[in-house]
Design a protein around this ligand. Sequence first.
Ligand code: C2E
Ligand code: CA
Ligand code: CA
Length: 562
Amino acid sequence: MTVTPHLAAADDTGLLDALPIAAAIIERGKDGAFAVAAHNSRFVELVERSNCTALDWNDAHCLKSGPIADLLQDFFAGANVAGELDFTDGDGVSAQFYRIKLAPLPKRNGSAVRCLLSVVDRTVELQAERTLRAEMLRDSLTGLPNRLAFTEAIENAGEKVARDLEHAVLVVDMLRFSRINESMGSLAGDELLITFARRLILALRAGDVLARTGGNEFGVLVSLRRGVEDALKAAERIRNVMAAPFKLSELEIRVECAIGVALMNAGQDPEELFRNAQFAVKQAKLAGKPQVYEPKRATEARRRFSIETELRRALDKDQLELFYQPLINLKSGEVAGFEALARWTHEDRGEISPTEFIPVAEESGLILTLGRWAMDKAAQTLAAWDRTVGEALPLYVGVNLSAIQVARDDIAAVVASALKSSGLTGDRLTLELTESSIVQDPVRATRVFDALKALDATVAMDDFGTGYSSLAYLQRLPIDVLKIDKSFVSGMMVDPDAVAIVRAVLSLAEALGMSTTAEGIETVELATTLATLGCASGQGYYFAKPLEADAALEYWKSRRRG
Ligand code: C2E
Ligand code: CA
Ligand code: CA
């Protein structure tokens, strides 16, 4: 339609033409109709070009009913306030978007109340915004939704949780991707990611959402009917589609993946859910199979992590201590030596058991520092006792060595340096090693054991019976002492099998020319039974708990004969 101004005053037209947008001045006639009093050429152009149904004027240039008419109604009803309306015309790709604004105009002498109506065609602007948004939500390599879009999808699903459907997020991590990428080039890496994504799609069910959430990490949002079982089935399907080798520029490679699952709780933050699934992936890598997120494990992991940080600090500040638990010669009742055991009293948490911090130290590599410290400290304590008493005491000190130390540190050098700085001879030291240090790398273990013997130190096999060392190694390696694990010792009074095992270990030791020490002797009955069975020495709460250095020396004196 063509709009012709009928009541246009010259200054009105001037005002409107100066505006960079389509605008008109609207008046309310006596009949209550809204009429165009003036307009600019942009207004005509827009109305004609767009066929905007909201701007549907009749022949008298009066606006018929519709959203804009309602807006005007409010304006003239006395509110006289600025109004704004976003209006969509049509739908799909041909949809047009308008923003319509009303602004009050100053009243002129004797004239009716008027308002300025402006119309902005936002179609192009919104389309650009949408394209940009779509771009922002898409991974350009695979064309899949990206991390941002995935979080949105989780959020949307979360709103549906209230209704019967449950959801889970699976995070799928392609293993060893960086190695493939490095060795075959990033083009091949890209190709692999695309193929991987295509296969993932094969494992999906209708309604599942797949996204690329990181370099070699994909997220899958699945809906569940039978709870966690469905999520694990989805994981199983994913593993199945990855089972066949991937063809990559002439080569066939196998690609494995780790899958972590997290179940959605009502009202859960999508980011948190996603992080939970990522945490489960880490567990899955260790376990070698899909893992479902468990809050308890995450709490443990956090505690481990903070223990690691604080243990590092404690080592720096020399806040660890060594306690000494006597090893008793079961025949004579005298103290034969002491085992050095690490103790850590944390400022806030109190005492933290070595069964908790030693594994953390092993995992983080801090065990190397801790192990060297323990070796030096134990040797120094024994040397200090010698000086206090004024002679080289008929005592040795046992120091625990972790399998990680055997694998990664130069144990012989560590021991040699402790001997040198303390002035002790090698026979005053017993190194307690576990079967796991042999199992992991027997060749290296053999070298370490031999080097320790070359220093004249004693080698004890700790926790004997709990590991998997073969008899062949026991025979071949220069082992002096078998320490029978306390689980067998404490079981002796109730479990005939435990007695049989202890007897077997004792006769094995005898056959191999080794001495024996029993750990965990808590009662006099155990002490006498073990002595009767021919066990050489024993250690346990029945004799003494681990003691501070001074108390340990006093203990030695108190049990000394003659
Ligand atoms: P382990 O080498 O088997 O040490 C013996 C453990 O048994 C010690 O626990 C000791 O306190 C405990 N024990 C001794 N007698 C009895 C008893 O009669 N009954 C019971 N129930 N327990 C008894 P602790 O001190 O808690 O140390 C635990 C483990 O931590 C040690 O087991 C050892 O594997 C490790 N550890 C401690 N200190 C060090 C260290 O300096 N270096 C390394 N690598 N490991 C250490
Ligand atoms: Ca030990
Ligand atoms: Ca033990």
